[in-house]
Every structure is written in C-alpha cells, then in structure tokens.
Design a binder for this molecule. Sequence first.
Ligand code: NIG
Ligand code: FE
Length: 398
Amino acid sequence: MAELLLIGIAQLATPRAGPQRGAAMREITVLKGAALLIRDGRIAWVGPERDAPAAARVRDLGGRAVTPALVDPHTHAVWAGDRLADFEARAAGVGYETLLARGGGIRSTVRATAEARVEALVTLARPRLRALRGSGAATVEVKSGYGLTPEAELRSLRAIRALRAAFELRPTLLVHVPPTEGREAYLQGVCEVLIPEVAREGLAEAVDVFCEREAFSVEESRALLTAAQRAGLKVKLHADQFHALGGVELACELGALSVDHLEASGPAQIAALAASETVATLLPGVTLHLGLPAAPGRELIDAGACVAVGTDLNPGSSPLFSAQLALALAVRLNRLTPAEALTACTVNAAHALGLADRGALAPGQRADLLVLEGPAWLELPYTLGRNPVREVYTALTP
Ligand code: NIG
Ligand code: FE
C-alpha cells in the first residue's frame, strides 16, 4: 500500500467534488494548517494537521499552499508548422476570418499537419504538453482537427494515443473546416466512415465540430454530432466564436458535454446554457490573442450556468501554454472571482470531459494536486507571467 501524508500546508483551497453551477462556484473551502493523506493514488483524508492520521511516509511542504491540479478541457496541442505570418498579418490589421477565407489560417496549419508522420507529431506535441503540465494541468483534453482527410485525422489521433503513455490525455476528434471542394461527400465520409472507425478503434472519446460561418453550419454540425452519438461517442461544440448561429442551442439540445468559445453569445444563449446540463467553456487566451470580445463568464455564472475555462492551446487563436494563465485571465477578462476561476479550472473542467473523479481535494478523488511556491492559494489566480506552481502531484506520482 503506497501511503503519503502531506503536512506543512499553509492553505489548502478546494471546491466541492462534482460539477458546480452558479453561486456554488464561489463556495470553495480554504483550510489553514492542513494535512492531506494520499493512499494508492487517491486522496484518503483531508483535514487540520493536528488531527492527521499516522502514515507510512510523511512529507513536510514547509508552509506552502495546495490546490487541486487543474484540468485543461480544450486544446489543439497536435499541429505542425507555425502561424507566425498570420500573427504578423493580424497585427497589421488583417482579420482572423479573412485569413481563413483566403485559404490561410487553420488551412495553412492543415497543409503543414496533414503530411506529418505520427512520430513527428508526437515529437512536436510533447514539449507543449510538458508546458501545460508544468503550469498545473494534470489532465488535458487534446483534439485532432488539423488533418482534414480521414487518414490524416487518424494520424493525429494515433499521435495523441502514443502521448497518453506519458500524459493523462482525453482525445477528441475535431471536425474543423470543410474541404474547398466536395463538401457533401466529405461530410458523408466523416459521418459514415471516419466517426465509426474512430469509435471502433477507441481513438477518441468525443467528437467536436467548429460551427461558424467559415466552417460548418448548424445543420451540418447536427449531422456530425448525431453520427457521433450513434457511434456511442460524446459530443461537444466550438460555437459563437464570431457569430451566434445557433450552435449553443444545438449543443444544449443534444446534451453536449460542453460548448466552447461563446465570445459572441448574448442573453438567449446564456439562458439556454443556464437551463441545460452542458458546460459553458471559456477560452480567455482567444480574447487576448485575437482581441475578440470576452465571453460573458460573469453573466453565465449569475444566470446559474456551469462554467469551465481552458487554454484552447493552438497556433492560430491561442498560443497559450499555461493552464494557470488561462485561470488568471478568466478573472481579468471574463470577470470570474478567483474562487469561481478555481472551480472552473478543476471540477467543472473535469465535468466538461465527463470526469467526476478529479478536481477536488476530497476523499476518493484522484490525488492530482498542486503545491504552490508560496503560502497563499490566491497566488494561482493572481500571478501573471511567472509560474506560481512549484510541483504537480498526479495520481501516477510514486
Ligand atoms: O478553438 N476556432 C476554431 N478552432 C481553433 C483555432 C484553430 C486555429 O486557428 O488554428 C479555436 O480557436
Ligand atoms: Fe478550439
């Protein structure tokens, strides 16, 4: 039996286990002078240090803060090439959607990624995932989506599978942009061949679609997501990044795990999310990098929605390699309180992946936790541009 008691915890901050919505997102527990017992990769006990049970091994953290490890519920960490020319063009005033409509943007990353071999994709993704983990993310969702052809999408998903030997990843098939020719045949092939094949091989747990004017319509998204559900896969959606086309309403109707972006969402979409089980995932890195309006995080929580936050790590709209910084930006840009941001990046982000066993420091949960550099947990939402995370414990840490 592997047992480890952590003592010397100046502050232990945690949301309650399970998804939290509305005002409950602010109801975190902050314990001073705490201890935490890990047994076989799970949390066995949490409480005041003076009441701590005896344990085979004890480690004194010397007066540091401890929080649950973060969950990053939205990344596109597998890509080849770069988007540096896009970045320069956008700084000179060319819009993200204009670049995409001209055959650049996502399409230029597709050209670079589609030809790459699995091994090359693994080599490129590994340091990105290391950076995310170092920033506090013990669990990371990773999407395909830069392959376009079924063969290239399968290569990206195989790269994600290979990376799962070293990282706790949850793979998603993303149907990102339509081909420039043969759109109908493409959609039919994805629904009838690619999705069933991905489900059969266990290469993804969910299917995601980019529902947007320059990508897929609401009706095309519906066809793709219902094909995914028929194949036994979960669904999620990129919606309302630039235009509120009805993707949020579709995601809620289909019982999607999450609907992500929401920069263009208004009162009707906020009300739909507040009335549904679908998680509203905010991606503040996109607001920062593309200069888009911030998604209405404050309004979503005040309406009673379940809100999560992710990095959206990708080369075009969010080159954000830190889950801690995504959390910190959600406070500034989406107007979450620090406590709400912690909940959004832990239990609610886990729920956006269909996971209930992580995100809180409570008995029975996975022992995925962060030791911060200093004694106050607020350093996590407060710090910009320096990593306040000293150590990431995962259930797999011996
Ligand atoms: O989540 N918006 C669509 N997909 C990604 C961006 C991909 C890219 O620009 O390469 C996103 O923002
Ligand atoms: Fe994305």
